[in-house]
Design a protein around this ligand. Structure first.
Ligand SMILES: C[S@@+](CC[C@H](N)C(=O)[O-])C[C@H]1O[C@@H](n2cnc3c(N)ncnc32)[C@H](O)[C@@H]1O
Length: 206
């Protein structure tokens, strides 16, 4: 088992939720663009302990979610049960997963930095195939800046992306929002800065 699998399995072991249970604001942003109902399908790639996947199920989407960690998936299913919703969650790897479904929203936050370089182009081809025409994709990724140090809890399997690299993989989608922001983070009790690229885009055609 490699280090990153070990780290997240360990961080997710206990009863408390490492990332909390509050959903990211992006979920409401997506819901405003693609109003939820049971016929709308969402895929959450790298769902962690499920805070966003479960929230989207609560909003009314039909949600599928996966993460590399068994503890993350177990806690995603537990959170769904506690909040009275159902979703499909399983262990899988962003580098190798296969799905034969189409989704209205393909969503991934804080995870694509675990894509191996050689898998990036194939991953975005897969995202294109998995997204319905007119459907949305949401991604964010940490990008390198010469004036920012690596975060203190950065894992050796995580890879900083280049500024704008994420947007280039989605260049023929319609951008609904793109931005690059620098923000302060206090994870692990050590204040530090990240630079993050974010995109919400719409698939125009096959
Ligand atoms: C920063 S966390 C974000 C979790 C979740 N999206 C959230 O916002 O709460 C990154 C997640 O990526 C998952 N991860 C790391 N490598 C992965 C891989 N190769 N395939 C799938 N998930 C992976 C980790 O287990 C972890 O849950």
């Amino acid at each position: 088992m490699n280090d990153i699998r070990t780290n997240y399995e360990k961080w997710y072991e206990g009863d408390s939720y490492y990332w909390g249970k509050e959903p990211a604001a992006f979920c409401d942003e997506l819901a405003a663009l693609c109003p939820p109902d049971k016929s709308k399908k969402v895929l959450d790639i790298g769902c962690g302990e499920g805070k966003d996947a479960v929230y989207m199920a609560r909003l009314g989407y039909d949600v599928t979610a996966f993460d590399l960690t068994e503890n993350g998936v177990r806690k995603t299913l537990k959170l769904a049960e506690m909040q009275g919703v159902q979703l499909n969650a399983f262990v899988d790897d962003i580098n190798t997963f296969r799905l034969n479904e189409n989704f209205d929203i393909v969503y991934s936050t804080g995870t694509i930095q675990y894509l191996f370089d050689e898998n990036k182009a194939g991953f975005f081809d897969k995202v294109r195939r998995l997204t319905k025409t007119g459907g949305l994709a949401f991604f964010n990724v940490f990008v390198e800046k010469p004036f920012l140090d690596l975060p203190p809890d950065w894992d050796k399997e995580e890879k900083m992306w280049k500024s704008g690299e994420l947007f280039s993989f989605l260049a023929d989608w319609k951008f609904r929002r793109i931005d690059e922001v620098i923000f302060e983070d206090n994870s692990n009790g050590m204040p530090h800065y990240h630079c993050m690229d974010t995109v919400i885009c719409e698939k125009m055609n096959d």
